[in-house]
Design a protein around this ligand. Structure first.
Ligand SMILES: [Zn+2]
Length: 590
């Protein structure tokens, strides 16, 4: 009963808001209802099935505009949509912020909330915004907007979709396009550089697609965004003649029919493609091989081109959508993670999602069922994959199509002896092994054999704290300098002398208890710190200590070290470890 009444009140609220808005608008513009004979009403209703559609004519400074406004049933909590009449659209398109459906993009509904107390005024405001946008566009004031939306306009009238996921060579270049017998991600084509790349990519995704054809693609770079949308062979020739005469010679010798163009706009690049129909040319009929593209374009200038919508799955598109990477994660930078346990594996995924593309993963261990509660990989990976490093690789590669992982199911100390060259190209080496002996030896190695910045990570028992230790290869204050004679960590948050290791009943594995939520917090903070370190390598060794849930730790009967008595839960503390006189590596580096 209560539920029904509540629903009815809400429905009544929306009905009333719509009625009020309409009454208000009627005082300014005549609002017309659906007319069976008006094609525009049908066009807008087809795209907004449960909305009411009103026709309103608004007068601007340059002309009048006829809008069809789709009012959703939950207006004003849902945005009304404004469409131009077919006649108006034909007269003023192409114009920024209006798509092929004649939808006028006024505000971003994700960031703007309509005034629910004055629904009529809210629509009136939207109408004014729309008129301003249209008139600015008509006067060419929105050239920059047009450039920014170029790909959207291009895709609006594209008939085919092609995926680009991998790195392409620098243009100008000849690359390849493969047709799938069945679409993948809604696309029937994939543009890349070789067949084996397609095969391994499909394998990595775990999908099967029959490749029905392969054809050549000419990959060119344009110096700037074209001012119009080409429709025919002639338009393309004009576009190149204006923008980039040098590329015309590339078209001269190209005997294919598909062109992929990129435009580098500094902070991002744009990709779009089109195909020309290949028509039989006089004098070329009997010759083998295809006709040079430019020749065919010249002979059939009115022939329409076919636009491709490029579905980009490359790192720049997927990651830049999420964050500004700054200098982090440049194209060839790789990060080595030693230890693919709960910390290493979850951190790897965060670093990947933040823009790291190349990983070297080292772990000799096998993934087992008792790992999965805190590990990045789940029981499915335990069943199908043996090594931790391989399981992490597969998970990363499945999640992000551009990731590259080299894996080594080996002991880190053996690798330092036999394969030290593995570490040569790493931007940083991250240790998450929870193995003090190995980490101590690595500390010495990366100070004396191969000089590299190394970052050590570990969680304290019950996740009461976590540490990120960056060791500068040049200056004193190393891993060893952070421990006492007995191997006790000098900056431990838990008080010394307590026993934490738990042993699983009836089994030999011991583990440090901590929860997945503590681990998640630590990994997130660690990822932020590592990005900061990699963007600007600190001059000195630095220890970042994250304090977890001290209260929970103490309520379990454990003690916090006196040094941290006054520190807040979930705070971060930064210090520079001092070179110790007793440290063989640092005693000369005071
Ligand atoms: Zn030292």
């Amino acid at each position: 009963m209560m539920q029904d009444r509540h629903d009815n009140e809400l429905a009544a609220f929306y009905r009333e808001a719509i009625a009020r808005a309409r009454a208000y608008l009627n005082g300014i513009y005549p609002v017309e209802n659906f007319r069976e004979s008006d094609k525009d009403f049908h066009h807008v209703l087809n795209q907004n099935k449960s909305s009411s559609v009103w026709r309103i004519t608004a007068i601007g400074k340059l002309r009048t505009f006829t809008f069809y406004i789709a009012i959703p049933q939950t207006f004003p909590d849902s945005f009304p949509k404004l469409y131009l009449s077919e006649i108006d659209y034909a007269e003023i398109s192409p114009i920024p912020h209006v798509d092929r459906n004649r939808f006028v993009c006024t505000r971003n509904p994700d960031t703007v909330v309509l005034n629910d107390g004055q629904p009529g005024e809210a629509i009136e405001k939207l109408l004014k915004v729309a008129v301003n946008i249209l008139e600015a566009g008509m006067q060419g004031e929105m050239k920059k907007d047009f450039e920014e939306e170029y790909i959207a306009y291009w895709n609006d009238e594209s008939e085919l979709k092609a995926i680009v996921f991998s790195d392409l060579p620098a243009p100008p270049a000849r690359i390849l396009m493969y047709a799938f017998a069945e679409p993948l991600l809604d696309a029937s084509y994939l543009i890349t550089t070789s067949n084996p790349i397609v095969i391994s990519w499909l394998q990595r995704l775990g999908v099967e697609r029959h490749i029905s054809s392969e054809e050549k693609v000419l990959f060119l770079q344009l110096p700037k965004v074209p001012e119009s949308l080409p429709k025919t062979n002639r338009d393309i020739l004009t576009l190149f003649a204006h923008l980039d005469p040098a590329s015309l010679s590339a078209l001269d010798s190209f005997r294919g029919n598909t062109v992929l163009a990129s435009i580098d706009r500094g902070d991002q690049f744009m990709l779009f493609a089109w195909a020309h129909l290949l028509l039989p040319l006089k004098g070329f009929r009997r010759k083998k091989g295809k006709i040079p593209l430019k020749l065919s374009m010249r002979q059939f200038p009115d022939e329409k081109i076919i636009r491709f919508n490029i579905k980009r799955l490359d790192r720049d598109r997927l990651i830049r959508r999420a964050i500004d990477m700054g200098t982090f994660g440049q194209e060839h930078d790789s990060i080595t993670i030693v230890g693919c346990g709960s910390v290493g594996s979850n951190l790897a995924m965060l670093l990947a999602k933040s823009g790291t593309k190349n990983f070297i993963l080292i772990d000799e261990e096998t993934l087992v069922e008792e790992n999965v509660a805190r590990h990045l990989c789940g029981i499915h990976d335990v069943v199908t994959t043996k090594s931790k490093a391989e399981a992490v690789k597969k998970t990363l590669e499945k999640h992000l199509p551009f990731i590259k992982c080299d894996i080594h199911q080996k002991n880190i100390l053996d690798m330092l002896i036999h394969e030290p060259q593995t570490f040569n190209n790493s931007k940083a080496i991250i240790f998450a092994t929870a193995n003090m002996a190995a980490e101590r030896r690595a500390n010495d190695f990366f100070h004396t054999q191969i000089i590299k910045p190394v970052i050590y990570l570990w969680l304290e028992p019950y996740g009461v704290a976590g540490h990120v230790l960056f060791v500068s290869p040049e200056h004193g204050g190393c891993y060893r300098c952070c421990f006492d004679f007995n191997g006790g960590f000098l900056f431990s948050v838990s008080a010394p002398g307590q026993e934490f290791n738990r042993r699983e009943a009836g089994c030999q594995t011991t583990f440090l208890p901590y929860g997945a939520a503590d681990l998640g917090m630590f990994c997130s903070i660690t990822c932020k710190i590592i990005i900061e370190i990699l963007c600007k390598i600190p001059a000195r060794s630095t220890l970042y200590t994250w304090i977890g849930d001290k209260n929970q730790f103490e309520s379990n009967g454990f003690k916090i070290s006196g040094d941290y008595a006054a520190h807040d839960n979930y705070s971060i503390h930064v210090r520079n470890p001092v070179p110790q006189v007793m440290c063989e590596l640092c005693k000369t580096k005071h």
